[in-house]
Ligand binder design. Structure first.
Ligand code: DP6
Length: 318
């Protein structure tokens, strides 16, 4: 009973931040993302009556074992099996870079583990299950441009594909500005989101924002799209900065690149940034401007690495 799956990371244009149910990972709001072609996790899962203990290997280390085994237990229960498991998972991006890997990790684990356990789940069922592992992972199951429908129960909170990967050739240049692991996990960040005095204002306006963004994607209006996602990222970080305790994910280099992005726009190079729970930036641009932007970034000593991504398909068995 063995299966292997590969799943992409995704970048959220409208962010998931805050949960109305921590165990089920029901989000406070819906979100919208794009799967990334060059950041992915490959996971092999095997259940066997001959294994005497569960084993988990992530990027050649024993890591996050508890969270993975808790998740595997849910799958064993669904499949009504009790065999021990062997999980081997590998990211194609540098582990210590602080780039989020829980989305690609739990999406690949969901698909590989359910297949290995002999379960045949629909895309919706896979997305629901992946969500319980890590919220953002539910968006790495469907293809291309994805919406996570907020929902209000386990069955109603899952992600769907809005458009396939070839719909719009926008690019995400991931800019890695530090080799450090991030200091506060996003899971903890979600828990304190509501302590920000601005959180309820965000929630009151977010449905309207999602509607607007979906329209800009539909019209392929890159400027309006870019303006909205950059403002959304700054709003997310406003919530983080004003939580108790405060969360400051940015490094000096993060701000330097944010300013450079604004400068590039003044020089008529359309590019916008978005940032998750870490110091790295995602620069969103149109395909034809990728090289011009990459060359401009070369002057910054603070940048460790850039990774160019296109929109990608969701999780697949291989
Ligand atoms: C800032 O999905 O990592 O990247 O559900 O606790 O595993 P858990 O959180 P996670 O949170 C991601 C937060 C974010 C925004 C986003 O991807 O929408």
């Amino acid at each position: 009973m063995k299966a292997t799956a590969v799943a992409p990371a995704n970048i959220a244009f409208i962010k998931y931040w805050g949960k109305k149910d921590e165990n089920l990972r029901l989000p406070e709001n819906g979100s919208i993302s794009m799967n990334l072609s060059n950041l992915h996790t490959t996971t092999a899962v095997e259940f066997s009556q001959y294994f005497t203990a569960d084993s988990v290997e992530i990027n050649k280390n024993k890591g996050e074992e508890r969270r993975v085994i808790n998740f595997i237990n849910k799958i064993r229960k669904l499949a009504k099996i009790s065999y021990k498991v062997k999980v081997i998972s590998q990211n194609n991006f540098p582990t210590a870079s602080g780039l989020a890997s829980s989305a690609s990790g739990f999406a690949a684990l969901t698909l590989a583990a359910t297949a290995a356990a002999g379960l045949h789940l629909s895309e919706k069922e896979l997305s629901i299950l992946a969500r319980v592992g890590s919220g953002s992972a539910c968006r790495s199951i469907p293809d291309g441009f994805v919406e996570w429908i907020e929902g209000n129960s386990n069955e109603t909170s899952y992600a769907i594909s809005l458009y396939t990967a070839d719909y719009w050739d926008i690019v995400d240049i991931v800019v890695i500005v530090s080799e450090d692991e991030k200091d506060v996990s996003s899971t903890h960040g979600h828990e304190i989101a509501t302590t920000s005095p601005f959180f309820q204002t965000r929630i009151a306006k977010i449905k309207e924002k999602i509607k607007k963004l979906k329209n800009f994607i539909k019209e392929k209006n890159f400027q309006k799209f870019g303006e909205l996602i950059e403002a959304e990222a700054l709003e997310l970080h406003t919530i983080m900065l004003t939580s108790t305790p405060s969360l400051i994910y940015w490094h000096p280099a993060t701000i330097k690149i944010m300013k450079e992005v604004k400068k590039l726009r003044q020089k008529d190079l359309p590019v916008y940034f978005t940032i998750d729970a870490g110091p790295h930036l995602h620069l969103i641009c149109q395909k034809e401007n990728t090289d011009k932007i990459a060359i401009k970034l070369k002057q910054f000593r603070e940048i460790n690495k850039i990774i160019v991504n296109y929109a990608a398909v969701g999780a697949r068995l291989i």
